[in-house]
Structures are given as C-alpha cells and as structure tokens.
Design a protein around this ligand. Structure first.
Ligand code: SME
Length: 161
C-alpha cells in the first residue's frame, strides 16, 4: 500500500488533479481486503487530494442512510429515504449536483459552511448500497468533470464491495 499522496502543487486544473489522484487511490487500496479500511482511506485521499470541505459516505441500512467513514467536521448520522441531497440520490438512483445548497428544497445542513454538494450512488446488485457525499465551502464547485472522475471512484468502491 502506498502511504503518501503526491499531488504536485503546481497542478491547478482539476481534471489533471483527478488524473494524478485516481491511480494513487487505486494503489492505496491494493492488497488490503477490509472494506471499511479501504473506504476510510478513499475518503481521506479525496478530501486531502482535492482539498474538499467534507467527504464521506452514508450506508443504506434498515431503510435509512447511516453515516459511514468520512473526513471533515462531524455530520448528521441518519438520513431518511428521499430526504436531503443524499436521500434524493438514493431514491432517484442517480448523481445529484447542487450548485447552491440553499436552493435545493429539503437540503440537510449538517454544517452552515457547506455551500455546494455532489452525491453519487454506489450500487451492489442494482440496488444502492451507499452514497458518496462531497461538500464544498464554496458555491458552484461541482460539475460534469467532477462527476466523470468521481464515478471512477464509485466504480472502484463497487469493485471492493
Ligand atoms: N447535505 C446532505 C447531508 C449530509 S452532509 O452534507 C454531510 C444532504 O442534504 O443530504
């Protein structure tokens, strides 16, 4: 397992940052079979590699979402089906990008510092097993580029499930 991330500080283009980070994340989980250990490192690598405000996941458990490994300030522990951006992503089985959380009806504010968000569902046997939730302290952080690269992370998590 690799022990450090190396994202050259002169990389400003986010596609290039993801291109540098993703192979390192794959190396990070190689050779370790414990799912929670791998997921925990993936959350940390995304948070610190991309400099996001909050990165974490919520597991579908007993018909609600329950907080899993994350990096960032403490967060809400349980989210109901269809509630907030996470619950909506679970219900609609699709990635949701929110440019301004104040304009998303029902957004759950775990932190008032969070301004924009992306949530991606992770599937096992065609059902959502967990969602990957990333928050930014700035408006309009996430777009199709983030979705493209974060879906690669989702596929990696699916391969570990
Ligand atoms: N904002 C999310 C809740 C989880 S936190 O952002 C960590 C939502 O509306 O589902």
């Amino acid at each position: 397992m690799a022990e450090n991330l190396n994202i050259p500080s002169d990389i400003v283009d986010k596609s290039k940052k993801y291109q540098s980070l993703i192979p390192q994340i794959k190396a990070l989980v190689q050779g370790e079979k414990d799912f929670i250990a791998n997921l925990s490192n993936i959350m940390s690598a995304l948070k610190y590699g991309m400099n996001f405000y909050w990165v974490g996941c919520y597991f579908v458990k007993d018909n609600e979402l329950v907080l899993g490994p994350f990096q960032g300030p403490v967060a809400c522990t349980r989210i109901a089906f269809g509630k907030g951006v996470c619950g909506a992503s679970w219900k609609e089985k699709k990635t949701i990008i929110v440019s301004d959380v104040d304009k998303f009806p029902g957004h759950i504010a775990c932190s008032s510092d969070s301004k924009s968000e992306i949530v991606l569902p992770v599937f096992k046997n065609n059902d959502v097993a967990l969602v990957l939730d990333i928050d930014s302290a700035e408006l309009n952080t996430f777009d199709a580029i983030d979705q493209h690269y974060l879906e690669q992370i989702v596929h990696l998590i699916e391969s570990l499930l």
